[in-house]
Design a protein around this ligand. Structure first.
Ligand code: PBG
Ligand code: ZN
Length: 324
């Protein structure tokens, strides 16, 4: 008789391994980001994010139609306005690039897609901060009022989910209250809860032309802190968040796990631009197998506890069968 266990029995054949697999990544788990610009007929690849582009609203509709064919139904929209000012006023109203994108997507696809909008001022402010800048400081409460108005404008124009990424305190509660008052009780909130001040956002800031004067360390989280990430998620749930997010993903898998164990709402992670660009660059050099790396990374995020993943890899992964 052997004196040891034989876990290899369950790894003998592909069918056996498939039967006992604990985790999977499927199209329904993925949310696809889009960078939407003003104008028409515009589509241009972002240099630091191969395969990802800036699109005008008409091109966005085509992109989403193609994504739908692949099974990608959830779409996260970032707006890149022509005009920026100190208070990010082009983020408000029914004429913003996002408001127009939402109306067009809902006209074309209705309830066949989920529209998620990024709610933050950094792409709309001349100083590039996520809130109002007063005497060199990013102020909280005045910023929250503006962010709530931005969320309301998105809800009014067809956002299924609004997603605040600014990291001001109290913004989830403020958004919930304003949207409820105005009758948008069914619009969900996906809160960027544990959002770290990260170098992994580099390519995104190029894409959105949103690099701030100085840094975001007075509002985004310190990478040295884990407990605080759990606290942020719990506070957002208390304020009415329907889902919470951990961002970035790969360097913060421990936070994903801890948040998953602590809250009862879906946990989303954001596989951010820098994580994407690192994989793309290495793959283009032939240094790693892109298919295998992408599958392994996405599986790791799911295994750590992410219910959903925001990722730029979704299109390639599904079109090329990398997730099987
Ligand atoms: C804006 C925002 C950022 C990202 C999502 N929303 C950048 C930042 O906070 O500087 C990062 C997304 C990515 O890197 O893919 N608040
Ligand atoms: Zn921001």
């Amino acid at each position: 008789m052997d004196m040891f266990e034989r876990p290899r029995r369950l790894r003998t054949t592909p069918v056996m391994r498939e039967m006992v697999a604990e985790t999977s990544v499927e199209a329904r788990h993925l949310i696809t980001p889009h960078f939407v610009v003003e104008g028409t007929g515009f589509k241009d690849e972002i240099a630091s994010m191969p395969g990802i582009g800036h699109v005008s609203v008409d091109e966005l509709v085509k992109e989403v139609a193609a994504d739908l064919e692949l099974g990608l139904k959830s779409h996260l929209l970032f707006g890149i306005p022509d005009k920026k000012d100190a208070h990010g006023t082009s983020a408000l109203g029914d004429d913003s690039v996002i408001a127009r994108a939402l109306r067009e997507l809902k006209k074309q696809f209705g309830q066949d897609i989920i529209t998620v909008t990024d709610v933050c001022l950094c792409a709309y402010t001349s100083h590039g901060h996520c809130g109002f800048l007063e005497n060199g400081k990013v102020v909280n409460d005045a910023s929250v009022e503006q962010l709530a108005e931005m969320a309301l404008a998105h809800a009014r124009n067809g956002a299924d989910i609004v997603s605040p990424s600014d990291m001001m305190d109290g913004r989830v509660g403020a958004m919930r209250e304003l949207m409820d008052e105005e009758g948008y009780t069914d619009t969900s909130i996906l809160a960027y809860s544990a959002k770290y001040a990260s170098a992994y956002y580099g390519p995104f800031r190029d894409a959105c032309d949103s690099a701030p004067q100085g840094d975001r360390k007075s509002y985004q989280m310190d990478p040295r802190n884990g407990r605080e990430g759990v606290l942020e998620a719990m506070l957002d749930v208390d304020e009415g968040a329907d889902m919470v997010m951990v961002k970035p993903a790969l360097a913060y898998l421990d936070i994903i796990r801890r948040v998953r164990d602590e809250v009862m709402v879906p946990v989303v992670c954001y596989n951010v631009s820098g994580e994407y660009s690192l994989v793309k660059a290495a793959a283009q050099n032939g240094w790693v197998n892109e298919a295998a790396i992408v599958r392994e990374n996405l599986l790791a995020m799911r295994r750590a506890g992410s219910d959903l993943i925001i990722t730029y890899h979704g299109r390639d992964a599904l079109a090329k069968g990398w997730l099987k």
